[in-house]
Design a protein around this ligand. Structure first.
Ligand code: MCN
Length: 785
């Protein structure tokens, strides 16, 4: 019998392969006879395409073809879908503007896909692309959110560039609350635009088999089955049985790789037209221009309180940027993944929100780690902090006063969601203990003596993840159910393949799913092999995003395991000459109750495949599949506290301490989870103080289009994070686990901004709180003294 592995900080199985350069990414894959595609991207932000001259490119060495949107349209390939329907205040669906793989009529952002050149080599394709001449009738670009509703109309379908004007809650009810409130705290916030920057750029290889009339697409996708579904459905009309999508090792996705993008769609089309494999690998500049961007909101939040600081109501008004086209899930991010989290950890009885989503001449905006939830946590935890300041209350006290308490669960929020369980005081207490909150005034004094401004800030976040429940998601407008599949396929020798519809691209699934299965069957983790990322191997799946892989995918695997055990009991009963009801199963051993007669899972597996002496009527094989559709999201929550020091002479900020206390329910592998927290924190800190996607408001050029101008956090920008846990196990999945993959980047921005405003003793600062901004504020304060 094995030692139990769940809960142990096992080193990742996949690291040996990934860290020694043995990973196999799309760009590592070579296909015989392959060709190279390079896209001709729009150099301008907005303009009607008058003509595209292919002649010079076609005459260039090695060029096999030059194609435009009109060429794809002749084959009747349709628009890339945005599957999530958001119904606006008038009861109308959002404006589903077309988004073709190659734009046939009008360039709508710098980087838009206008033509593609295919050649024998990458260099030849690139040289050819430079020879394609496009003539435009330039139009005024609509760049900023403030310009959107007044500017030139970008899509015929969307007057005033409005995609939808959506509300949640009752305006009359919230107005009545605000009329009687003792105090209202009002705050304007910017949620800065982010560029995801996965380490591996997006890439695709498409191959057409004319004998079988079928396609294989290798893609850097986080959800290969969904990609196949989208490609087959509205885009190409090719049956799903004729498309195989393989997502091999993927070097980070962070949500940005869950979409059906123009590039892979075009490669698929080209592979039949050219009748040779076509490959495309984005370079870093293309990633900046044409990967989906994230966040980009302007928000006003108002919080109404009574005289004790009890929250009475909250009103949120947001303008959200969709960019030039609707990416696949774009509509859902500033609505169902944002506004449904506005209760936070608090018993705010009435909440009203209004979101206007607008088109601009910028890269499409969609999910990126946290997707809507960082934006929600930021506005809640910022306005609560400002409210404490205005009410003369301690930021801890105001939070505790309004927390949903353990006895309140299950807690129905006023914004659709029902939280199943949590203990927010417990996380707050532990975080306060770890940071030594009471010792802060002395640390501040000591810093002051060194000429530094020291501040402390906290955030008590909650998020909804484990993105699945079909019923709930369906009511929210999703065009699909969101369950997950899991399969356990025992071999005759007692080893097991585990197939999952989720996709790991850095999260350590080979290890954590291995831990679960090894424990369940009492077999060594080395005997468990995870298979994912291939639509021809895995029965069906919904992929990885919304921290769903463990809570939904892992639960599907447990359910499949239970089916294996159920069948195994029948085989064991036959082998042990006992009745099935007398067979117990624990950690790999089937035994007859009250006796020492037993058989191992290995013996049972062998018998399942060599069924010579076998239960009558029972099918051979030990291979079971389950589809798991949970009843609810999972609700990880926690408290993060950080301390910063700012040098008022230079504006240099140092994060001197950070404690992260999270409640992820049951933790399968604390080392992997800690890594997830660290990664999320790095991204959240990046948003708070460094990262900012900026377009020139006049030309619409992306002026932060490289790492020279878009600042990503590096190791020496970050402190050594201290991690703690509390645990209220999720009540509705068999693992008791909640998602952990996004928590860090949800908690980090408000935590850090709260600490910065505390250090500077100011009411607010917008993200990114760069050194320059800090220096200007400190300088003005010194001058005013
Ligand atoms: N885990 C655990 N115990 C828990 C919760 C999680 O041991 N209670 C483990 C899981 O088994 C898994 C890992 O932690 O190995 C993350 O699990 P989960 O929270 O289920 O998140 P997903 O695996 O679904 O990953 C998605 C999540 C998201 S939404 C983004 S974005 C993100 C992230 O994970 N993108 C990542 N982490 C990333 N990490 C890397 N390296 N690369 C990305 O692209």
């Amino acid at each position: 019998m094995n030692d139990m592995l769940v809960g142990k900080p096992l080193k990742r199985k996949e690291d040996q392969r990934l860290l020694t350069g043995k990973g196999r990414y799309v760009d590592d894959i070579r296909r015989p006879g392959e060709t190279y595609a390079v896209f001709v991207r729009s150099p301008i932000a907005h303009g009607i395409i008058k003509s595209i001259d292919k002649e010079a490119a076609l005459a260039a060495p090695g060029v096999l073809g030059v194609f435009t949107g009109k060429d794809i349209q002749r084959d009747e390939w349709g628009s890339i879908p945005c599957g999530w329907v958001v119904t606006d205040r008038q009861g109308e669906p959002h404006k589903a503007v077309p988004h073709y793989a190659l734009t046939p009529d009008r360039a709508r952002y710098v980087g838009d896909h206008l033509a593609v050149v295919v050649a024998e080599t990458y260099e030849q394709a690139r040289d050819g692309a430079e020879l394609v001449e496009i003539e435009f009738e330039e139009l005024e670009p609509v760049v900023t959110l403030a310009m959107a509703m007044e500017g030139e109309q970008i899509h015929d379908l969307a007057p005033q560039n409005l995609c939808y004007d959506w509300e949640l809650g009752s305006r009359a009810e919230i107005d009545a609350i605000f009329e009687t409130a003792h105090h209202v705290t009002s705050l304007d916030l910017v949620n800065n635009r982010l560029v995801p920057n996965a380490m591996e750029p997006r890439a695709a290889i498409a191959e057409y088999d004319s004998g079988l009339d079928s396609y294989t697409l290798w893609s850097t996708s986080q959800n290969p089955h969904m990609l196949r579904w989208m490609l087959s459905g509205s885009v190409t009309g090719i049956p799903e049985t004729k498309i195989r999508v393989i997502a091999p090792d993927v070097g980070g996705g962070f949500g940005m790789k869950i979409y059906c993008y123009p590039e892979e769609t075009t490669c698929l089309w080209l592979s039949k037209v050219i009748d040779r494999p076509v490959r495309w690998t984005g370079d870093r500049s293309e990633s900046f221009l044409a990967d989906t961007h994230a966040r980009d909101h302007l928000t006003t939040v108002d919080l109404a309180m009574d005289k004790d600081g009890t929250f009475l109501g909250m009103k949120i008004d947001t303008t959200a940027n969709m960019g030039a086209y609707l990416s696949n899930y774009a509509t859902s991010i500033p609505t169902y993944f944002y506004a449904t989290l506005f209760a936070g950890c608090y018993k705010t009885p009435v909440i009203y929100s209004n979101v206007r989503a607008v088109f601009t001449n910028t890269s499409p905006v969609d999910a990126y780690r946290g997707a809507g939830r960082p934006e929600a946590a930021y506005l809640i935890e910022r306005v609560v902090d400002v409210a404490a300041r205005e009410m003369g209350m301690d930021p801890i006290d105001i939070r505790r006063r309004n927390f949903i308490k353990p006895e309140d669960f299950p807690y129905q929020t006023p914004v659709i969601l029902t939280y199943d369980i949590g203990d927010y005081d417990a996380s707050l207490d532990e975080a306060l203990r770890m940071i030594d909150y009471d010792g802060f005034p002395a640390r501040r004094e000591e810093a002051k003596a060194r000429g530094k401004l020291r501040g402390i800030g906290l955030a008590c976040y909650i998020e909804a993840c484990g993105v699945a429940p079909s019923q709930l998601i369906g009511k929210m407008g999703a065009g699909a159910g969101l369950w997950e599949s899991g399969q356990i396929r025992f071999n005759a020798t007692g080893t097991a393949f585990v197939l999952t519809g989720t996709h790991g691209h850095g999260q350590g699934h080979e290890t954590t799913f291995g831990q679960i299965v090894a424990d369940m069957f009492g077999i060594p983790i080395e005997d468990v092999e995870l298979i994912h990322g291939d639509t021809s191997q895995v029965p069906m799946g919904m992929g990885t995003y919304g921290s769903r892989s463990l809570a939904v995918g892992g639960s599907a695997i447990v359910r499949a395991g239970e089916k294996v055990i159920e069948k195994g009991r029948k085989i064991a009963a036959h082998m042990l000459e006992a009745s099935v009801i007398d067979i117990e199963f624990e950690q790999g051993l089937f035994s007859v109750t009250g006796t020492n007669k037993s058989v191992t899972i290995k013996e049972v597996a062998e018998r399942a495949y060599v069924p010579l002496d076998y239960p009558e009527g029972l099918e051979p094989g030990l291979d079971e599949t389950a589809f798991y559709d949970p009843g609810n999201f999972t609700y990880p929550a926690g408290t993060h506290i950080c301390e910063v020091e700012i040098d008022p002479r230079t504006g240099v900020l140092e994060i001197v301490d950070w404690v992260a206390v999270d409640d992820f329910g049951t933790v399968i592998n604390p080392m992997i989870v800690e890594g997830q927290i660290h990664g999320g924190l790095a991204q959240g800190i990046g948003q708070a103080i460094m990262e900012n996607g900026v377009y020139d408001p006049e030309s619409g050029q992306l002026i932060t289009g490289s790492f020279m101008d878009y600042c990503m956090p590096r190791a020496d920008d970050l402190p050594s994070f201290r991690v703690g846990y509390t645990c209220t196990p999720c009540t509705h999945n068999p693992l008791g686990a909640k998602g952990a993959g996004e928590a860090g980047c949800i908690a980090a921005p408000p935590t850090l901004i709260n600490a910065i405003v505390n250090a500077l003793d100011i009411r607010h600062i917008d993200m990114p709180a760069t050194g320059e901004k800090l220096w200007r504020i400190a300088r003005d304060k010194i001058a005013a003294q």
